[in-house]
Design a protein around this ligand. Structure first.
Ligand code: HPA
Length: 266
């Protein structure tokens, strides 16, 4: 059987993707901006996860985004779907095999900081893995001891900040804390997250960052803030609220991303 990388090489023709972009909630529309798009369902790629959170099958949309050869990944596996923190490993391994040097991750997240309101965009400066697991558990190779000091690439961070300044989009910066989900946090957990130094909480991204560093990809990540964390407003949290609010910050983040890619990714 052909590997996912073989299938992709065949489908991509001469395209040599420089970066991959994981489209979180609110960013799905960006796939429609890819020029000369080639769409490859995850189902055709051995090892890729079967379905995502909204029940949609995932797909890769390959082509040119802001004049840059890219793979957009519409659909990711979450730890809470199956209890497998390494579910995205075949995806990230395939990117590395194809020579994709940069991974840009996006997600929807809750804010722990009253100064970062719903609709805001936050560049992830660093993370706290509060899930109790790690996608590299069971990996035998010595390379499993991955350094995380500069997991979020300094050059890419600078490129995002510069893009925000040029485009006039407010870009917050902060620490993202990974909770397993799928239940939302309690008010006590949100208070703890704040005391621990987090600005945002969410249920994704961190395993992909760890895997990407394991495979040597440069990483940047941004959160679209959809709500204040539990207990901050008195309102109950819902997945519907996440889905309704994600496009607001998503449009802001899209503006930054177009600029970052157009400028050559730091
Ligand atoms: N908590 C965890 N994940 C989330 C949230 C939240 O409040 N909002 C969107 N994703």
């Amino acid at each position: 059987m052909s590997s996912a990388a073989d299938v992709l090489r065949q489908r991509l023709g001469g395209l040599a993707p420089k970066a991959a972009l994981v489209l979180g909630s609110g960013l799905g529309g960006l796939a429609g901006e890819v020029e000369q798009a080639v769409r490859i369902p995850y189902g055709e790629l051995p090892g890729f996860p079967a379905s995502g959170v909204s029940g949609h099958a995932g797909e890769i949309v390959a082509g040119l985004f802001a004049a840059t050869p890219v793979l957009m990944l519409a659909g990711r596996a979450h730890y809470y779907e199956h209890g497998d923190a390494s579910a995205m490993r075949p995806v990230i391994a395939t990117l590395a095999e194809l020579g994709v040097g940069t991974l840009v991750l996006t997600n929807a997240a809750g804010s722990v900081d009253i100064q970062i309101p719903p609709g805001a965009v936050m560049l992830i400066e660093d993370h706290i893995n509060f899930s109790g697991t790690n996608p590299l558990i069971g990996e035998g190779d010595e390379r499993r001891f991955v350094g995380m000091t500069t997991a979020y690439d300094p050059g890419l961070k600078a490129a995002f900040k510069a893009a925000a300044a040029v485009t006039g989009v407010k870009l917050h910066q902060g620490v993202y804390m990974w909770f397993s989900g799928p239940s939302f946090e309690t008010p006590a957990e949100i208070k703890m997250a704040r005391i621990c130094g987090a600005e945002a909480v969410g249920m994704s991204t961190v395993p992909e960052v760890i895997l990407a560093r394991f495979y040597g990809l440069r990483v940047a990540a941004c959160s679209v803030i959809t709500n204040y964390g539990a207990g901050m407003t008195g309102a109950e949290l819902s997945h519907q609220e996440t889905k309704d609010m994600a496009p607001v910050g998503g449009a802001r983040l899209a503006t930054i991303l177009r600029h970052v890619f157009r400028e050559g990714l730091g």
